[in-house]
Design a protein around this ligand. Structure first.
Ligand code: G3I
Length: 403
């Protein structure tokens, strides 16, 4: 009976250690010892143990020693299981913008996209110049490839980007000669042909992209020049007519560094709601930087949520070399600062009401694929995967953000 009781105590104490609970402190171990001795044995048995019971004493010493070792663990390093992915771990859709040529030609890229994300945004394949190559010619080949990948093989959500923007316009548009009615028809035809093509396949669209300057004025784009400031509202109406089920977003950058811009965008969107213009969400691009202040990030997300619309962090990346230093190298300290900023953004976003969390999309997948080094001609490492598609500290920062 004494031996069985000893086995039970050993099981209990070692069980705690196997479960990796370093809080099984000395004190708890000594409590087990005392309980074991005084509850299990009679006085006579204890007396016998004292005379003859070397076995028990040795066993007790072994347990105390084991407990000392277990107590020496002061921190637990959590290594996620190999099948961890962002799409499994995030309590909201997690996406990336995707390059068609990388999907088709880079096995590692394709594997990471397939595994990690449940939402995708075409990085370039749905832009005006890519889809609408001449006035009466549309080319959906690349965009269809991505949509088919997402829906047929992987059941991922597809967010369309973008219907009306001042960039990525084909020359037939920038050279278009026509009165305002002809321009209106051009814009409406583009929106409705594209939205109708993907109807039932895309969940949502960036209807208008980057229509504001950083000072809060409307950008003096070709669309504003030809059609006047209310063209934005009409874009939403045209898109809604073509696919009433699609969720419609206004998308822009700079919310975190320009209060004037985010206020102008919020005013426009709340005005749309009042007028019954069909808008469902606001996209905060968040092409941001490791040293952007937490206060600014909080202000941007809070202001967006105050519209009552869905909030999409739609193009997230965090530059580590915003001052364009040639020859900068990626140090562990910089990588950790980036991880901390990813964590803060994800944590702040995750505090929004569930119905407003449309999701977070990073702008491409790995540092090798980012638009930043090429555009600014500098070294940089803005994304959660390194150039070899391994997870960076930033990746774990994202996971930490939802703990
Ligand atoms: O595919 C051609 C290639 O055939 C050609 O040889 C090469 C020569 O320049 O150009 C290639 O196309 C480039 C394309 O990216 C693919 O790499 C275009 O020139 C280049 O303009 C295009 O840049 C894209 C940019 O938007 C303009 O459309 C970036 O990839 C893309 O990341 C960027 O994304 C924007 C969002 O749409 C809106 N928010 C800001 C964000 C970053 O600028």
């Amino acid at each position: 009976m004494g031996a069985r009781a000893l086995a039970a105590v050993i099981k209990q104490v070692t069980g705690n250690m196997i479960n990796g609970q370093p809080q099984a402190a000395h004190f708890d171990c000594y409590k087990y010892m005392a309980a074991f001795l005084f509850l299990t044995f009679t006085k006579e048995e204890i007396s016998m143990i004292m005379r003859k019971g070397c076995f028990y004493i040795i066993a007790v010493l072994l347990i105390v020693s084991a407990c000392s070792k277990s107590n020496s663990i002061t921190a637990v390093t959590i290594t996620p299981p190999p099948d961890t992915s962002l799409q499994k771990m995030m309590p909201f859709p997690m996406g990336a913008s995707i390059s068609v040529s990388l999907m088709q030609n880079n096995i590692k890229y394709n594997a990471v996209v397939t595994k990690e994300y449940n939402s995708i945004t075409p990085e370039n394949a749905m832009k005006f110049a890519a889809l609408h190559t001449a006035q009466n010619t549309f080319n959906f080949t690349d965009a269809d490839y991505l949509v088919n990948f997402a829906l047929l093989n992987n059941n991922k959500r597809v967010h369309g980007h973008t219907l009306i923007w001042h960039q990525s316009l084909p020359s037939w548009v920038t050279n278009f000669a026509g009165d305002s009615a002809a321009w209106e028809n051009l814009m409406k035809t583009h929106i409705q042909t594209v939205v109708a093509h993907f109807k039932g396949k895309l969940t949502s669209w960036d209807v208008v992209n980057e229509a504001f300057d950083d000072n809060g004025n409307l950008r003096n784009s070709i669309w504003l020049q030809k059609l006047g400031g209310d063209y934005i509202a009409r874009c939403f109406q045209y898109a809604h007519e073509a696919d009433p089920a699609a969720l419609l977003f206004y998308n822009d950058y700079g919310h975190e560094y320009s209060a004037a811009k985010r206020t102008a965008i919020s005013n426009m969107l709340t005005g749309f709601k009042t007028r019954g213009i069909p808008v469902d969400g606001t996209g905060l691009q968040f092409h941001t930087r490791y040293n952007q202040t937490d206060a600014n990030i909080l202000a941007a997300i809070t202001a967006a949520a105050a519209t009552g619309l869905k909030v999409h962090i739609s193009e997230l990346d965090i530059a580590l070399n915003p001052d364009n230093i040639q020859g900068l190298t990626l140090t562990p300290a910089l990588a950790q600062q980036q991880a901390d900023k990813y964590k803060f953004i994800i944590k702040t976003y995750n505090s929004l009401p569930a119905s407003q969390k449309y999701g977070i999309t990073t702008w491409n997948v790995s540092d090798a694929d980012s638009w930043i080094p090429g555009t600014y001609n500098r070294p940089d490492w803005p994304l959660p995967f390194d150039a070899n598609y391994s997870r960076k500290p930033a990746y774990y920062g994202i996971l930490e953000g939802v703990k």
